[in-house]
Design a protein around this ligand. Structure first.
Ligand code: FEO
Length: 173
């Protein structure tokens, strides 16, 4: 059984994951309109993953006797200055999510909720991967220095990363 404190904190995380999904969806749509199909598909896939993160939390809260709440969300930005702007935004967002997961883990230890602590380890591992990928993308874009020709190859790289994500369709556990 979840304590009210942990349930409330998990519901805040549900909202953050759902907001991540919406933000990446808006970024994907913007990239698609720019003709950056690879970037768009990568971000569509990332948005789907974040929705799964939110659903996984909802199911866990319900399983533990709480109630996972579907949040109402603020509309994300529709327009972006550049692809670098998009990926810097992704990195900043992922760093915020990691911090929030760490605070949740900390709270679980304080509250002696070892079941939730154990459940959250999946998110801790996931955040290491996501932050690292986001950082790599920002580094690549910085190296390109805004060159149009390089952006073509970056988009192709993103298409290659997006392809397995789209076909794997990991279901929410
Ligand atoms: Fe589920 Fe990348 O935060």
């Amino acid at each position: 059984m979840l304590s009210k404190k942990i349930e409330a904190a998990l519901n805040v995380q549900i909202e953050l994951e759902a907001a991540s999904s919406n933000t990446y969806l808006a970024m994907a749509s913007w990239a698609e309109v720019q003709g950056l199909t690879g970037v768009a598909n990568f971000l569509y896939g990332h948005s789907d993953e974040e929705r799964m993160h939110s659903t996984k939390l909802i199911k866990f809260v319900n399983e533990r006797g709480g109630h996972g709440i579907v949040p109402s969300l603020k509309a994300p930005a529709a327009k972006y200055k550049s692809v670098t702007d998009v990926f810097e935004g992704v990195l900043k967002h992922e760093e915020r999510v990691s911090q929030s997961i760490n605070e949740l883990v900390d709270l679980c230890l304080k509250e002696k909720d070892y079941a939730t602590h154990n459940f959250l380890q999946w998110y801790v591992t996931e955040q290491i991967e996501e932050e690292s990928l986001a950082r790599t993308n920002v580094d690549k874009l910085k190296m390109m220095g805004g060159e149009k020709a390089a952006l073509y190859f970056f988009d192709r790289d993103m298409a290659a990363i997006a392809a397995p994500t789209a076909s794997a369709e990991k279901p929410a556990k």
